[in-house]
Design a protein around this ligand. Structure first.
Ligand SMILES: [Zn+2]
Length: 356
């Protein structure tokens, strides 16, 4: 109450002693800023949102980016936060915590970005932002943040755990256990893309052969369709026939498959075999209660989701499969931003309680 984070609502009923004071979180007691960086072939943008202390979005900004390297990443994040905070809509409410969701490996404990696919390496993001904005800062991997966002969004909390799987330019996973992001020693987990599913498969950039991501990422699927077209495959449907080879992308492939284009059906079915095998294995190991599927392959309709679910059902331990709800992401590209906002709020109240 001293810091204005909670306020009195009135007095409650006495149960024999002094009447208790009812408290509520004061929405205007401060701001939490969430920043989410998306960096796929399909989407390159930085988004920032200011949340009040009751987790409602007050203001949001989105910018495209062509980030490469530490300096560009830090500059883009500092720039969008500064612009957000200077907006007249936010008035003079102090910013208490900043959360950043980054597509890559992070060290949440140290508050740094260890590695991303956009050439960011060993970037002490936390300390730099703390100095600039005088707020506490937390950093989290995008899939972990998205898992938390989806967990809070699920209205029926029949399960207190949730596994988030994302398939796009890369593959990622985040796990929520007992309402918290599972990260032993605050390090990342969930490199499902490097699960071996095909012993003699193609070599992955990690050095191993037959990793899931060599068979299932959007890039892998698009390349296979393009290769077939270059080799003279004649499309049967207008969708594929009418577009230049370079313009073939995942939404187009999904459309064509739904219209019965055999090449697209075959390649998606094969990809779903590998993905379903990986999903079945994770169900057998974790029995996670809820699995949410996000990313480009699952965002645009039910087609690839249906194929994946069928394989997962055939390949997993039946009792565990029955316990597991499989669903497509409801939040889509907002999952990471929502999740990092929630995490920043949790951090704010944790730090406030500790500093008493
Ligand atoms: Zn690999």
């Amino acid at each position: 109450m001293g810091r204005g984070l909670v306020r009195a609502l009135g007095e409650g009923k006495s149960t024999g002693g002094r009447r208790p004071i009812l408290l509520e979180i004061n929405p205007e007691g401060g701001l939490v800023v969430a920043v989410d960086i998306a960096s796929s072939a399909q989407e390159r943008r930085v988004r920032a949102a200011a949340f009040d202390l009751q987790n409602r979005i007050v203001l949001e900004l989105t910018r495209p980016h062509m980030l490469v390297g530490n300096k560009a990443m830090l500059g883009a994040i500092q720039g969008i936060i500064a612009d957000l905070l200077e907006s007249p809509e936010l008035g003079r409410i102090p910013t208490l915590t900043i959360g950043i969701s980054v597509p890559g490996v992070v060290d949440a404990q140290a508050g740094s970005v260890v590695y991303t696919g956009i050439e960011t390496k060993d970037l002490p993001l936390g300390s730099a932002l703390r100095e600039t904005f005088l707020a506490s800062v937390i950093i989290q991997n995008s899939e972990d943040a998205a898992a938390l966002g989806e967990f809070h969004n699920a209205s029926d909390h029949e399960s207190n755990s949730l596994l988030y799987l994302s398939v796009g330019a890369g593959l990622g996973a985040g796990l929520v256990v007992a309402g918290q992001i599972y990260q032993p020693e605050r390090k990342s987990i969930g490199e499902i893309g490097h699960m071996t599913v095909k012993a003699d498969g193609p070599q992955c950039h990690c050095g191993n052969y037959g990793c899931l991501s060599t068979l299932v990422s959007s890039e892998a699927i698009v390349e296979r369709i393009q290769a077939a077209l270059v080799q003279g495959y004649r499309p049967q449907t207008g969708v594929l026939k009418g577009s230049p080879i370079q313009a073939v992308d995942i939404p187009l492939i999904l459309d064509a498959a739904e219209m019965g284009e055999m090449l697209c059906e075959d390649i998606l079915q094969e990809a779903a075999q590998w993905m379903g095998i990986a999903v079945a294995s994770t169900i057998n190991i974790l029995n996670p209660g809820i699995i949410v599927f996000g990313g480009e392959l699952y965002e645009t309709g039910d087609y690839f989701f249906g194929l994946t679910r069928d394989v997962a059902m055939l390949r997993s331990f039946p009792e565990y499969f029955e316990d597991t709800q499989l669903k497509r992401s409801a939040l889509g590209r907002n999952a990471g931003l929502r999740g990092i906002g929630i995490l920043a709020l949790e951090e704010l109240f944790r730090v406030s309680i500790q500093s008493q």
